[in-house]
Write a protein that binds this ligand. Structure first.
Ligand SMILES: *Cc1c(COP(=O)(O)O)cnc(C)c1O
Length: 395
């Protein structure tokens, strides 16, 4: 397998490996026949995890019992967003239950190839709002930089499936790939916040990521750097001492981590998040509301509580974008509003994220939620609280 030519061509450097520990809630990899002889040091090596990603029906069927619907999905998912599952994520899959939330996020099914009304290739019109290659500029003071087209694992609900997940062997990325994007940021003094996402920026080698961060950090009007990643969840082995020490040098860096289900918060994931927190990197979560996965208030509540316990502040819940082939994941908006109703007031304010719809066609993130203002007249607001009791506020 050669999924990451650009990465694999680099000289593999020795680096500190986190000692292996057992994870709660997951199968021990040594109990899975496919992995029983894997050296624990290999298991903890993120490059080994990438190299040994599960990309075929054959490999996956050694871990779980595939359904015909999944087999059909895997056969059809070739090229863009084809299947790739880290062995670590593989240990979290329920071998018998096709509705396992971990499994549904990673294993293609036939429904992915149905395009429903209103679904689009680029629902958030990112390509339209792109002033330079790999850059999206939608809001006045911040930009989104798409640093890579690869991830550790390909989520079946991916909103950037038009760009992400091509396993085809390609030329290594040219060194000047981001020149125009960086020039654009330099020449726009209003840009104070740069969000590096992708793909997943933490799939890049440390030195490649560092040179990108360094170039952005050296722009004087950029106050804040953010990374959007799912690596602490899908490939926690990637969070090495060397990586966190590198990131620490460029503080302030904030990290947004894509979490969708409490089962993803394993002991191993907690170790990765602890290392990031201890390097002074504030952690937030981003969650996609997904039918049958996290669309019940008690599941979302368990997840946000478990996130706070590992020092991750719930940031956003996204309505699942109308991207082609995701109808089977999408819930009514009322489902999301009801979840927010069941959180606000009923639990710690820090546990309550903002539920947003990314306005189709490029509107940006629009917060939606329960209505707490019942009426508003001159100098008088009639409000209700989380219990439905009514209060009047006079200005
Ligand atoms: C989400 C997003 C941002 C960051 O938005 P915040 O609400 O500040 O987290 C910036 N640019 C684009 C294009 C985005 O989609």
């Amino acid at each position: 397998m050669s999924n990451l030519p650009a990465v694999e061509n680099q000289k593999i450097k020795q680096e500190a490996i986190v000692p292996p520990r057992t994870t709660k809630r997951s199968r021990d990899y040594q109990q899975i026949p496919l992995y029983k002889d894997v050296n624990p040091l290999d298991w903890e090596d993120w490059r080994w995890q990438i190299k040994n990603r599960i990309c075929t029906k054959d490999a996956l069927s050694q871990i779980i019992n595939l359904t015909p619907n999944e087999e059909k999905g895997i056969d059809k998912a070739k090229g863009r967003l084809s299947m790739a599952i880290t062995p670590y994520w593989g240990t979290l899959l329920d071998p018998e239950d096709e509705n396992c939330p971990i499994r549904r996020q990673a294993v293609p099914v036939a429904e992915e190839f149905i395009v429903s009304p209103h679904e689009m290739t680029d629902p958030c019109a990112e390509d339209r709002d792109s002033p330079a290659p790999h850059l999206v500029h939608r809001y006045p003071d911040r930009v989104l930089l798409l640093s890579t087209e690869q991830c550790a694992m390909y989520c079946r609900h991916c909103t950037r499936r038009r760009l992400v997940g091509d396993h085809e062997e390609k030329e290594a990325d040219p060194a000047n790939k981001f020149d125009a994007a960086i020039e654009y940021i330099k020449s726009n003094r209003k840009i104070r916040d740069v969000l590096i996402s992708g793909g997943d920026p933490l799939i890049l080698e440390d030195d490649v990521l560092e040179s990108l961060i360094e170039r952005i950090r050296s722009i004087s009007h950029v106050e804040l750097l953010r990374l959007g990643t799912r690596v602490p969840v899908t490939l926690p082995q990637r969070i090495t001492e060397k990586l966190v020490n590198m990131l620490k040098k460029y503080s302030p860096i904030w990290l947004s981590i894509h979490f969708n289900h409490p089962k993803e918060i394993t002991k191993r994931c907690e170790i990765a998040c602890d290392m990031l927190s201890e390097a002074g990197i504030p952690l937030g979560s981003q969650t996609v509301l997904l039918k049958g996965i996290n669309d019940r208030p008690y599941i979302m509540k368990k997840m946000v509580h478990d996130l706070l316990k590992i020092r991750v502040r719930p940031y956003y819940i996204y309505q699942c974008d109308p991207v082609r082939g995701t109808q089977h994941f999408r819930t009514p908006v009322a489902t999301g509003i009801n979840i927010m109703e069941k959180l606000r007031g009923h639990t710690s304010g820090y546990a309550v994220p903002t539920y947003v719809i990314d306005g189709p066609g490029g509107g940006g993130k629009i917060p939606v939620g329960p209505n707490y203002i019942l009426s508003q007249a001159k100098g008088k607001y009639v409000l209700r609280n989380y219990k439905g009791k009514i209060y009047t506020y006079l200005e």
